[in-house]
Design a protein around this ligand. Sequence first.
Ligand code: UT7
Length: 331
Amino acid sequence: MTKIRAAITSVHGWVPPYILTNEELATMVETSDEWIMTRTGIKERHILKGEGLGTSDMGAEAVKGLLAKTGTSPDEIELLICATVTPDMMFPATANIISHKTGILKAFSFDMNAACSGLLYAIVTASKYIETGTFKKVIVVGTDKMSSITDYSNRDTCVLFGDAAGALLLEPTTEPFGIMDSLLLSNGSGMPYLHMKAGGSVKPPSLETIAAKEHFIYQEGQAVFKFAVTKMADVSAEIMERNNLKADDVAWLVPHQANLRIIDATARRMGVGKEKVMINIDRYGNTTGATIPLCLWEWEGKMKKGDNIILAAFGGGFTWGSIWVKWAYDS
Ligand code: UT7
């Protein structure tokens, strides 16, 4: 029987217009452009402003753009998965809200929370529905309004994050392109180092939790850095080894954009030159679920059919993973 693979057949991104620069941050907390650039590689990030606007609004913009550029009717979509850590609300799923806002009415949809690795988890999950012949058109959208859980009086975290959305269309192919292999992992012992303390069932919101600023990101940066730098590199090297891919065979590395030093370490470990690494952290910061699709969107014109692409991520949980994609089209 001919093997069906899931191919990424289009990608679209959306970023809010407001740009928060390092210079503006330096007026809010004790920091500097020099510190932020040296430690993270971030120059500026986009922030969603406007009453009543949330993660689904950005996701819906990315999905609308994706449908328009591919000439796809919302009725053709059979499944939409949203990777996010900043859902519009605890329930219903942001994926349901995005589907409603984009007219996707003949699909089921759900959220996937794997922090910064969410997009990879969602791609692999979506690919299974396609590989089994169940569905022909699936959308994966990574969208996060990180500014909604960022404490702008805490310099440890407020310089890191930005808001954005990116969406991918996955379709079946019988050609040797698409999602070729994946390796996803998680280890919940990482929870203490990166989480939001209150607002969930363990610590529901109260006046005390608000006063203690427990509805913001809590991160022990150095501990997370140590895990991220080894795990993202390990998993990327392993996916290359087990598929017999040499550095020369890899056209692009698409790493989650959390810190330029983590990205550099991953590329070094893989032996992949910097010219092959998609990096836009300088302009967007860490947009969690959106970093990888934003890269693919910006580099879409440069990727060629047959390119070997390694997607890699590390995030809260801890979660991490890597996917080998053979790019399926010339744009
Ligand atoms: O995407 C999810 C996964 N997350 C990650 O992968 C993030 C991993 N961690 C990191 O990227 C880095 O740990 C950070 C960028 C968060 C921090 O960089 P670092 O090199 O680990 O700095 P540090 O936390 O060790 O702080 C060094 C110093 C401290 O001062 P002292 O104690 O040495 O006097 C901090 O207080 O830098 C200080 N500092 C700042 N200074 C100016 C911390 N934040 C700032 C700031 N501006 N924004």
